[in-house]
Structures are given as C-alpha cells and as structure tokens.
Ligand binder design. Structure first.
Ligand code: AKB
Length: 316
C-alpha cells in the first residue's frame, strides 16, 4: 500500500521541491501539500492542498484523520535571520509545530515523522572545520536554539515512546524554483538571480566567509534516502550531520564569473555576518554516509551550471 503523506510548509524553498518529488514517487493524490497561505499557486494547483497553520494542533490532526496520513514532513520554520528579528515567534512556531507532530506520532495517529534540523545547532565554541556528529552545540541564534532543543526532543520521543522520527542538519540549500526566505545562507541563491538579471550583486556576507552548502537535488535525495532507510540502520535519532560542498562568497562569485564574464560583486556585511561567523565552515557527515549510504552528486561548478541554465530559462 502506498504511503499517505502530509507536507507542512509545502510552499517554502524545500517543501516545494519535496512535494513534487514525493508526488512523482507515491502519486499526486497520496501527497497532501499544506501551508499557512497559498503563496505558491503552482504548487497549490498541482494536487491536494490544505491551508494549515503549523502551530494549530487540531488543524494538523484533522487533516491527518481526513486523509488517513501515515507520514508527516514538517518543513515549516522561521529561519536564522528572521528568527533574530522575531525571537518569540520563532520559538513558538519552531517548537510547537514539532511537539504537535511528535505527539500525533506518540498517539499513533501517524507512523513516521521527518523534521529538518540545521547547521545552526552549532555555535562559536564548536570546532569549525569538519565539525563532527557529536560535538559542542552552543548555538547563539534563536533559530539554532530551537533546532538544538528540537533534536533533543526527537531523540527523547524515539527512545521513550518509540516514535519513528528522522532528521537531517541541513546546510544552506541552493535551488532555482522557490526562493528561500529569512536565512543567512540565502545569499548563495540570490547571487545567481542577480547574476542573470543585473550582472552584479551586493553580498551581505564578507568575501571569505566559508559555509557548508548543498544543491537542492542532493538535499531532496538525502531526505528521501533517510526516510526510506531501514529503521535498524539508523544510529542517530536526534539529527544527522549532512554535507556536500563548502564555499565562500568569493568562490561562488568566481564560479559564476566563469560563465558570466561581466559579473561584478561588492560586499556589505550586515547582521547576518555574525550568524555566519558562529557556524561551521565544513561538516563531517561520515555517520550519515556509513549508516544509510549518503552520497552527494553536485560540486560547486556543477551546481553553478545547473542554476544558470534553469534561471536563464526563467528570466529570458
Ligand atoms: C539559514 O540560513 O537560516 C538556513 C539554515 C542553514 O538552516 N538556510
């Protein structure tokens, strides 16, 4: 029998592409997209869609019952930069939505949960290079605190109540379909759009700020591979380190400039610089590679050529 899936926060950057992929795999009717509004009309019109506020337990529960949902992907969250502007809202959304979904799994309304964590669980006291799976996690952003605490709750619900919850610590995700919103790594998406539209970009991070990043296709593959892995292979029920590439604004600029010769960049770091400075520059994801065979495909130049090809279609 095919899985019945609910995606909460389906209109966002990752939700949009995850919905499309899961529909391809399980059939459109078996994947219910939901979000707090209908901002992504292509997605809203592409299959079953429900308006759900992720903070509303009854709305999630009713939807799970109506559609006999067995698996929930909880993609709704306030990210790092927005979280610093609205700390209480970030705490409220990021924590309560997770509790709602974990509790539905605990009560056996649903069987399986996916919840994304982030490199934001790390902080300035974490080893920056090749950050290990198990290490010091003293995040200094509200978003990072919610993700770190969320990870503890995921592991707790798994150990105490047998909840099948799975999670990845996403790096910055780069994609050409839906825009990211409110993150510190968003520059690495904006830069491609501006390169195509204006041949110039003002970057809000300094040129030598190295951060872990990943192309969307790899992020979707990782998410699905983890969700399909046999439960007994998974040694981590908090959240897996996940890595593909690391680069600085200067390095992504150089990669784009090989294709757009007149492309210019200037640097004007803002409050997001301090957030980026508190995060690792590269991640050791060997536990994910060993447990469920994770492998990435895209390096920086392969990603650049895919991004530029797709965005040229969009803007030309
Ligand atoms: C952000 O920048 O806040 C996110 C993340 C790394 O989780 N993209």
């Amino acid at each position: 029998m095919s899985s019945k899936i609910l995606i909460i926060g389906a209109c966002g950057q990752i939700g949009t592409e995850l919905t499309a992929k899961l529909r391809e795999m399980h059939g459109t009717e078996n994947v219910i997209a939901s979000d707090i509004n209908t901002r992504n009309l292509d997605l809203v019109n592409s299959g079953p869609f429900e308006i759900i506020d992720a903070k509303n337990y009854n709305a999630i529960k009713d939807c799970c019952k109506t559609y006999s949902i067995d698996t929930v992907y909880l993609m709704a969250a306030l990210l790092s930069a927005t979280g610093e502007k609205y700390p209480m809202e970030a705490w409220d959304l990021n924590m309560n939505s997770l509790f709602h979904v974990l509790n539905l799994a605990k009560e056996s309304t649903i069987k399986k949960v996916y919840w994304p964590s982030s490199i934001a669980v790390f902080g300035p006291t974490t080893p920056r290079e090749n950050t290990p799976q198990h290490t010091i996690c003293e995040p200094t952003t509200v978003y990072g605190i919610t993700k770190q605490v969320g990870e503890r709750w995921c592991e707790y619900y798994h150990k105490k109540y047998g909840v099948d919850v799975r999670s990845l610590r996403y790096p910055g995700i780069i994609s050409h379909k839906a825009m990211p919103g409110g993150g510190t790594t968003d520059y690495a998406v904006e830069i491609y759009h501006e390169a195509i539209k204006n041949e110039s970009y003002e970057c809000f991070l300094s040129e030598d700020t190295s951060l872990p990043m990943m192309f969307m296709e790899d992020a979707i593959k990782a998410t699905i591979d983890l969700m399909e892995a046999p439960s007994e292979h998974l040694s981590i029920r908090s959240s897996y380190n996940l890595s593909a590439i690391s680069f600085t604004p200067k390095e992504i600029y150089d990669s784009i400039k090989k294709n757009i010769l007149n492309f210019k960049i200037t640097y004007r770091p803002d409050f997001r610089q301090a957030i980026a400075d508190s995060w690792p520059s590269s991640i050791d994801d060997s536990v994910a590679r060993n447990d469920w065979n994770w492998q990435h495909r895209f390096d920086l130049d392969a990603m650049t050529s895919e991004m530029l090809k797709e965005l040229k279609k969009k803007y030309n």
